[in-house]
Design a protein around this ligand. Structure first.
Ligand SMILES: [Fe+2]
Length: 283
């Protein structure tokens, strides 16, 4: 199966509450799409609800979930999924994605995204849950490769695990290029080889983000600083392998003034332009 291309291209930024006022003062759209965590916007009435409507009338939207806990052993939250479905339909949101991890257990929610073990059993479990989510939402979703800092008793490589999950779920892949870089350093693998092992035809869009250099051999995925050079280089390689797909700049902490976010998102545009002109030369 090849997932149909999303009806959006180019460059996106995350819509954060701190940016709302500044964005509303712009006289034209400043990004090709916006991304939100549905949990932060879907049940809002009043002023926040009106704000979201204002944005939804002007920008294409992607939703990137935080709380579904797709890999958990707990039952799926059907009530949440049905509310989410209404939200996606009501605002004509283009796509919904979640992290390939879990964040709940023992009846409660944890704050961190916990990686799944890279085993056949986990593939079967999570693929079945992704299919259930797709059935409830009546649309394909994407799962995102996450950063992780401990290695459990893995039987498969991370790349084998991700490939098998998206194949068995028949879902899309949101490829986070910063997470590939961070994991490649922390777990000592070659980022470019990993990238080449990803199923290009299933990649729906990309994330790039900043990380913290704790040490030469330890990088922390923080989303709290500017994207670093090795990640920009890896994004260029991702375009070579997958073609240009919509690409989102993730910034969740230390959010700078809007113009700084937009200047950084313009670097994505430059990487896309460079890819297009080198492809034309090669042709
Ligand atoms: Fe991401």
């Amino acid at each position: 199966m090849s997932l149909e291309s999303l009806p959006v291209s180019g460059v996106g930024i995350g819509l954060r509450r701190s940016m709302v006022k500044e964005l509303q003062q712009k006289d034209h759209p400043v990004a090709d799409f916006l991304e939100v965590a549905p949990e932060n916007w879907m049940n809002l009435g009043g002023r926040r609800g009106v704000q979201f409507e204002w944005f939804a009338e002007r920008y294409p939207f992607m939703c990137h979930g935080l709380s579904l806990s797709i890999g958990s052993l707990e039952p799926l939250d059907r009530e949440f999924l049905l509310s989410l479905k209404l939200f996606l339909r009501r605002f004509n949101i283009l796509h919904y994605s979640e992290h390939l991890s879990y964040c709940s257990g023992d009846g409660g929610h944890l704050y961190d995204l916990i990686p799944l073990p890279f085993t056949d059993e986990a593939i079967k479990h999570v693929a079945e849950r992704v299919r259930q989510v797709q059935d409830i939402l009546e649309q394909k979703i994407s799962v995102e490769n996450v950063s992780y800092y401990t290695s459990v008793d893995n039987k498969l490589s991370e790349a084998e695990f991700i490939r098998a999950v998206v194949e068995e779920s028949d879902c899309g892949l949101l490829l986070d290029v910063n997470n590939i870089y961070v994991n490649s350093i922390n777990h000592r693998y070659d980022a470019e080889s990993f990238l080449k092992g990803m199923p290009a035809e299933r990649v729906t869009y990309f994330h790039v983000a900043g990380h913290y250099d704790e040490a030469d051999d330890l990088k922390i995925d923080t989303h709290g600083s500017a994207v670093k050079d090795p990640v920009w280089e890896l994004l260029a390689q991702a375009y070579q392998h997958c073609g240009i797909k919509p690409t989102l700049l993730e910034r969740d902490f230390n959010i700078p003034p809007l113009d700084e976010v937009l200047a950084e998102s313009n670097i994505i545009r430059q990487v896309q332009r460079r890819h297009n002109s080198s492809s034309r030369v090669a042709a």
